[in-house]
Design a protein. Structure first.
Length: 206
């Protein structure tokens, strides 16, 4: 009998036990979020400042919904990073499914934003409302990324609740392995929004 799980219900332990997922601690595995990051241009800076100001305005709203995070934070960042132009393609609310044939388990879900480049997955974006910790969404994001049938290229993911940003890299050549970036906060003194933007641009250059 086939067991169906929703991606929102999947835990990291499920992915480890069922898919053999391994977390890599070696910093060399995921260098893209630290090395060769593009500088923020004079044209980019005012745009980023407006995104942060818009977030601070929304913060006064007692209920910051997921849709608001997408409209105010995620969409402007993707636009500024150039993901709305060729060679990128964007799919939203994309239904996915991954099956473990030997154990009769199917994981289903709908990811928020999928960015493709030359027919392979470049970036999966999962946005959450502010009240939800991005740590709680890591398993869900990885479940989505595991549905990528391309085993030759790394796949990158981003989780954000508007306030914090976390990047993930997944490689599936021999065994599914992943690593995470630091967590960046828009409220940091150094402005984690700018860090997230630079990493987004770097991933787009790969």
């Amino acid at each position: 009998m086939v067991q169906t799980l929703q991606a929102t219900e999947v835990t990291l332990r499920t992915l480890i036990d069922r898919f053999g997922l391994v977390r890599i601690n070696d910093q060399r595995f995921f260098r893209e979020w630290q090395e060769d990051l593009p500088e923020i241009t004079e044209a980019d800076q005012p745009f980023l400042d407006r995104i942060k100001a818009s977030y601070l305005n929304l913060l006064e709203n007692p209920l910051l919904l997921e849709r608001a995070v997408q409209l105010v934070i995620v969409s402007p960042l993707l636009f500024l990073a150039g993901f709305y132009q060729l060679p990128f393609q964007i799919k939203t609310e994309h239904s996915i499914e991954v099956e473990i044939e030997d154990e009769g388990i199917v994981v289903r879900g709908v990811l928020d934003i999928l960015i493709l480049k030359q027919n392979f997955w470049l970036l999966v974006v999962e946005s959450k409302r502010l009240a939800i910790s991005i740590d709680e969404s890591l398993a869900q994001l990885l479940a989505y990324m595991l549905t990528n049938s391309d085993r030759q290229h790394p796949c990158y993911g981003l989780i954000t609740n508007g306030a914090s940003f976390l990047f993930v890299k997944l490689v599936q050549k021999e065994q599914p392995c992943y690593a995470m970036s630091d967590k960046f906060s828009i409220l940091n003194r150094t402005n984690g929004l700018e860090d997230a933007f630079r990493i987004l641009k770097r991933i787009g250059q790969l």
